[in-house]
Design a binder for this molecule. Structure first.
Ligand code: ADP
Length: 313
């Protein structure tokens, strides 16, 4: 569990994090979203005791980070995978961390297996590829078998295989009852990985909500329509004449917004057009998020709604 209460960080006259209150619960992957400069990294650094709040508090497993005796055994983090002493081997790097946190040596070999680095354990860290370096960062985060994991952009530099690996790893860590808190600017990845979302803009809380609810509540009603090829343009014209927006989707069907499946079906019947597919579709997380950051509608589902245009400016 991570609990922030009225957490605030000011740099001079700039407020990077502004009275942020949220709880990151165990058993779920919680995604942390917000545009660049929103205050995500600053928040994560305060959780990890790397930055002192100007006011407010944040605790991990009920304690301030600096009061944790062996922090790696409570919270594992990956903020910047490059912050490793390049001259050390992979194993020595992890052994050093293990020793300073009273973690048994055999756990080093366990995590090396877990992250797929056992074969390069004796290589120097500076020779690792970006993806391997990221895995080493994750190995360090998992070393103390912590109940809380905090990862800032963990899939940066990973290939498709690596991205899928991280996703499965984080989901399984959450399924074991751990608290997993991660930021990513990759919306499609976040949509696949996170169960819950905390969204901030200009340091303030915009939404603290279940991922599916967030998408369902804020989706524009959409419908995928497929007709025989020779009727596709007629269908499009008809839909547009009823005020719908129509675009070709990735599957080659029409993606219709503004009319639901029943309205589209009735329209087709009226004009004796064949319909081969009629599927309600939700917006993607990226679509919902982008639309909200552009318009000034309020985030529904937010505990404390703000005007988002203001919050994102
Ligand atoms: P994010 O991680 O969401 O991109 P950051 O937490 O890095 O956002 O930054 C939030 C705001 O705080 C930005 O306006 C940034 O310029 C400012 N900021 C971050 N760190 C510092 C610092 N050490 N000194 C001054 N301003 C900072």
């Amino acid at each position: 569990m991570i609990e922030a209460r009225e957490l605030t960080k000011r740099y001079g006259d700039r407020t990077a994090v502004d009275r942020l209150s949220f709880t990151v619960r165990p058993g779920l992957v919680t995604g942390f979203l917000g545009p660049n400069g929103a205050g995500k990294s600053t928040t994560m650094r305060m959780v990890l005791g790397l930055d002192a709040p100007s006011s407010g508090t944040v605790t991990v497993a009920g304690q301030r980070y600096d009061r944790l005796g062996a922090p790696l055994r409570v919270v594992g983090s990956l903020l910047d995978a490059k912050s490793v002493h390049g001259g050390r081997t992979v194993r020595r790097h992890l052994l050093g961390l293990a020793r300073s946190n009273a973690i048994p040596r055999r756990r080093v070999d366990e995590v090396l297996e877990l992250v797929g680095l056992a074969d390069v354990a004796d290589q120097r860290a500076k020779g690792l590829s970006l993806g391997m370096g990221q895995r080493l960062g994750i190995a360090a985060a998992l070393l103390g078998d912590p109940e809380v994991l905090i990862l800032d952009e963990p899939v940066n530099g990973l290939d498709t295989e690596g991205i899928r690996w991280i996703r499965d790893l984080l989901k399984s860590q959450a399924a074991q009852g751990r608290t997993v808190f991660l930021s990513s600017h990759l919306m499609s990845e976040m949509e696949l990985t996170a169960d819950h979302l905390i969204v901030i803009g200009r340091g303030r809380l915009l939404a603290d909500t279940d991922m599916r609810d967030f998408i369902r509540t804020n989706s524009q009603g959409g419908t995928r329509v497929r007709t025989p090829d020779d009727e596709a343009q007629r269908m499009r014209a008809l839909l547009e004449s009823r005020g719908a927006r129509v675009a070709l989707d990735a599957t080659g069907g029409w993606r219709v917004t503004g009319l639901g499946p029943s309205e589209v079906g009735e329209l087709a019947r009226e004009h004796r057009l064949a319909v081969h597919e009629l599927t309600p579709v939700l917006s993607s997380l990226e679509e919902v998020y982008t639309q909200m950051t552009r318009s000034s509608v309020e985030f529904r589902g937010a505990e404390t709604p703000y005007e988002t245009e203001e919050a994102f400016r």
